[in-house]
Write a protein that binds this ligand. Structure first.
Ligand SMILES: [Zn+2]
Length: 174
């Protein structure tokens, strides 16, 4: 697993992609205590890397979403730039639709030909309603995936199962 002492890279602006692995670079959120990255995503439903409570001097404010490389903002002369760190207490939670779920996160990325994008609206036995954004091969699998996420308590609902689901295919954006 990633060590917390991952190397920090000095940059003058937020990199669009990680120079190490090419993945997306996201904000580091401080003040997260013991929260795990998974808990952060499920609760806040937004991109970000949990930074814990310790804010170092000249803190890195961005991190690779994949390899954990961290980035510190510096001025053109290489000295640390004044930065404002993002704190968990100031973050708004985003709606569940903004997380895009797939049933094969351990597998190589499915090609977009065989997977479609669906919005599945679920209603639990406690009458909570949430719309989930999922990728699946067909409507049936999209509903199964949404059901499964609710049963596993992954979407922040108190209810344990879906009483009602409706599904809608989202046309591919071009
Ligand atoms: Zn990376």
């Amino acid at each position: 697993m990633e060590s917390l002492r991952t190397r920090i890279i000095d940059v003058q602006r937020k990199p669009t992609k990680c120079p190490q692995c090419g993945e997306r670079v996201v904000d580091i959120i401080y003040g997260t205590g013991e929260m795990t990255p998974v808990e952060f995503v499920f609760e806040y439903r937004r991109e970000g890397m949990v930074g814990g409570d310790y804010i170092p001097r000249n803190p890195p404010i961005w991190a690779c979403s994949c390899c954990g490389k961290r980035f510190r903002k510096v001025l053109s002369d290489g000295t640390p730039a004044p930065v404002k760190v993002r704190m968990l207490q100031n973050l708004r939670k985003k709606p569940a639709t903004l997380i895009h779920w797939t049933d094969s996160s351990q597998e190589p990325q499915p090609d977009s030909e065989s997977y479609r994008h669906y919005l599945v609206t679920v209603t639990t036995e406690l009458d909570e309603t949430e719309t989930l954004s999922v990728s699946a091969a067909n409507e049936k699998e999209a509903i199964e995936l949404a059901d499964n996420l609710v049963v596993r308590g992954m979407v922040g609902l108190k209810g344990m199962f879906c009483l009602k689901t409706s599904v809608e295919e989202v046309p591919l954006q071009k």
